[in-house]
Design a protein around this ligand. Structure first.
Ligand SMILES: [Zn+2]
Length: 180
């Protein structure tokens, strides 16, 4: 795929090596769907009151929770969010930092177990200028990687947008969470 031919940011996951350019694919998807949401419409705050299935939540901790990214870069792309609506990492308290770290480690174990991930991209975009899709609410990305996975992105991109597939991934991750 020639990047210059891309009509929609939804095609971005099909671009080999796009991920090496920080996290901008996610940002582009959100920009396409509109501007940053108002704080009262924050999707990471609203998700907590929904069912796990509706919100793609895989685990609820004491201070933070884990959900699948609605716009995954790769199958199994997860986000760890504190429950509190805080924008940046330095605003997180000791308990939140500790639990986000624990949940990130657990997410890695789960992804390795259920999908045989060979590697991971883990990171937090701080602020809209740094590429945060939802800049008002801190979230850590955990993206599983497989050797040569870039070669499969055009194929994955055709199927991974299906809600049914995301639901299946959520179920598998949630089921493996307590065992990994
Ligand atoms: Zn929020």
């Amino acid at each position: 795929m020639n990047p210059e031919n891309i009509q929609s940011s939804a095609e971005m996951p099909g671009v080999p090596n796009a991920f090496q350019h920080l996290w901008t694919p996610h940002r582009l998807v959100y920009i396409q769907h509109g501007q940053q949401p108002a704080d009262e419409d924050c999707p990471f705050c609203l998700a907590v009151d929904k069912t796990d299935e509706e919100a793609l939540i895989v685990f609820r901790g004491k201070h933070s929770y884990v959900l699948l990214n609605l716009f995954p870069y790769n199958s199994g792309h997860m986000l760890v969010c504190p429950y509190r609506h805080i924008a940046t990492y330095d605003q997180a308290n000791t308990e939140e930092v500790a639990e986000m770290a624990e949940l990130t480690q657990q997410a890695m174990r789960v992804l390795r177990k259920i999908s045989g991930a060979h590697g991971f991209n883990i990171g937090m975009n701080q602020g809209e200028v740094a590429g945060a899709g939802i800049a008002g609410h801190l979230h850590q990305h955990i993206v599983p990687r497989w050797r040569n996975d870039a070669n499969f992105f055009p194929i994955i991109a055709e199927t991974k947008a299906l809600p049914r597939l995301l639901g299946e991934v959520r179920r598998d991750v949630a089921a493996a969470w307590s065992e990994a």
